[in-house]
Design a binder for this molecule. Structure first.
Ligand SMILES: [Fe+2]
Ligand SMILES: [Fe+2]
Length: 135
């Protein structure tokens, strides 16, 4: 079950971040597969843990590069990251409390969460960082 597919439209034109976004998409699809195949709560929560951990790694990498180059929209970008992390942790809490209605809602949320952030926010740093010689 593919929740979300990579497409060139999602490219931010920075190779390492395109790679990381593709990995995040894969992790979210893995989570969707675990849910739709009726895996137990333990497997699902482990898979979600993978999404959460890799999200933290990815956000930190973006923040580091934006900071290193004095990206003018850093603060706003960081606020969005923080809000997204908070939301995904809330989802984990819901799942861990055994809220079964959360599954489809979770996948819709994660899909929208990732694509909106990449399309509306991440894409803005592309040209700025490209100008700094990063591609
Ligand atoms: Fe970002
Ligand atoms: Fe990103």
């Amino acid at each position: 079950m593919t929740i979300l597919a990579w497409s060139p439209q999602l490219s931010v034109n920075i190779a390492q971040f395109d790679d990381q976004h593709q990995k995040l998409i894969k992790l979210i699809n893995d989570l969707g597969a675990a849910m739709s195949s009726g895996q137990g709560a333990q497997v699902i929560s482990k898979t979600l843990r993978g999404v959460i951990d890799y999200t933290a790694t990815h956000f930190a990498a973006e923040e580091k590069l934006m900071t290193a180059h004095g990206y003018p929209e850093f603060r706003q970008h960081k606020l969005e990251h923080d809000a997204l992390v908070k939301q995904v942790l809330e989802l984990r809490d819901k799942l861990e409390r055994g809220n079964i209605t959360v599954s489809i809602e979770t996948m819709n949320f994660l899909r929208k969460w990732l694509t909106d952030h990449i399309l509306k926010t991440d894409k803005k740093y592309g040209p700025f960082l490209n100008d700094k010689g990063i591609s």
